[in-house]
Design a protein around this ligand. Structure first.
Ligand code: ZN
Length: 379
């Protein structure tokens, strides 16, 4: 919603959020009406020459500056993306929105080293761009528009590197802090907890700073913006923590941990008559695995499949003959993640899934158990 896809590269879409237009307009407006004219005058006074630029030129410089500024943010996110993809984590999209950019990774890193590598390249890219723009600005006539905008872009990129290195999750600095605690303790949830706590504290501190600045200086717009950024960090740290813990629970448990041995399996050489005499068509196993003498899964049976066999044929019809093919949607592996059960439960509307390893039915897993496990462990 309110998001446009500009292009995609190697499976990663590049999207622009509607809120981004607001910030683009604000940056263009601020640079063209105040920042560039002010710096132009300062530079001209310092050089002892009259300012030499027309308003259309200044506005054009403002637009170009905004575009390059957002290009810098994209470069920062692209750096995260390249390392993430190289280390095996697909990145669905890079999104530009009102608070900057976001590389949306499909999953969290598996190892602290991987998280560290994915994270540090972002601020490093911003710092490198900052140095590049500053050097570029120094190479040109100090009173020229290109020099003024290049210097500003240099400063902004350095500021971006520093801001992102603040040690609160979900900022890059917070992710770095998390990876360090994670590496030291071997516990990603603890790392997330520490980094999120610092992140919320940081958010509160930034909000307080914005308020104090407003009270002392009375610069309403800038102070309000600082407060909004603080609030954004605070809420992102809190929800980021909840998501990280939930995702971690999904990763920590395997289906094997919730396995129940009974599967309702029936022998493939049993007859329909035996099946009915044992009342097997009316218990909780709506669907049953049919296994051969070696315990291998050869098919599945629904209660109706049995009832549809004419009375006079039930004595000599064996289950193997009426079994339907194995439906992979109701089968899971013991080492699958719990999320597999949730996904399949959504798609099939089933509650019980057969846990099968190397063709053998080990038992069942109940989607309700999966949900309860996740709910109980969520802190
Ligand atoms: Zn970053």
């Amino acid at each position: 919603m309110g998001e446009w896809r500009l292009f995609s590269v190697g499976g990663t879409a590049f999207n622009i959020d509607a809120t981004w237009l607001v910030i683009f307009a604000v940056v263009t407006w601020t640079t063209a009406t105040s920042l560039i004219p002010r710096r132009l005058i300062e530079a001209s006074v310092a050089a002892g020459v009259p300012p030499d630029a027309t308003w259309p030129m200044i506005w054009a410089a403002g637009v170009v500056t905004s575009l390059l500024f957002f290009g810098s943010i994209v470069a920062h996110e692209a750096a995260h993306t390249v390392v993430a993809v190289r280390t095996g984590i697909p990145v669905r999209s890079i999104r530009l929105f009102i608070f900057g950019g976001l590389a949306e990774m499909d999953r969290e890193p598996d190892r602290p080293r991987q998280e560290l590598a994915i994270t540090v390249v972002g601020p490093l890219t911003s710092a490198a761009l900052g140095g590049l723009f500053l050097a570029l600005g120094d190479q040109m006539e100090a009173t020229s528009l290109p020099s003024i905008t290049a210097r500003w872009l240099g400063e902004m990129n350095l500021a971006l590197a520093v801001f992102n290195l603040l040690p609160g999750f979900p900022l890059d600095g917070g992710r770095i802090l998390r990876s360090i605690v994670w590496a030291l303790t071997g516990d990603v949830v603890r790392g997330t907890r520490v980094a999120s706590f610092v992140g919320s504290a940081l958010g509160v501190a930034i909000m307080a700073f914005g308020l104090i600045q407003f009270l002392l200086l009375g610069s309403a717009l800038q102070s309000l913006w600082i407060v909004v950024i603080g609030w954004f960090l605070w809420s992102a740290a809190r929800s980021g923590y909840r998501h990280a813990v939930l995702r971690q629970q999904l990763h920590r448990y395997r289906i094997r941990d919730l396995l129940k041995p009974e599967s309702g399996a029936v022998p493939s050489d049993g007859t329909v008559q035996e099946f009915i005499e044992r009342g097997l068509y009316q218990d909780r196993f709506g669907l049953r695995p049919v296994v051969d003498a070696a315990g291998k899964l050869i098919g599945m049976l629904e209660g109706d499949d049995v009832r549809d066999v004419p009375l006079e044929q039930r004595v000599y019809t064996v289950l193997r003959d009426i079994a339907r093919p194995v439906d992979l949607m109701v089968v899971v592996a013991p080492d699958d993640q719990l999320s597999v059960v949730i996904d399949k439960a959504y798609e099939t509307d089933r509650r019980f899934f057969f846990v099968v390893e190397e063709g053998r039915v080990l038992g069942t897993v109940d989607a309700v158990d999966v949900v309860n496990t996740l709910r109980a462990r969520k802190q």
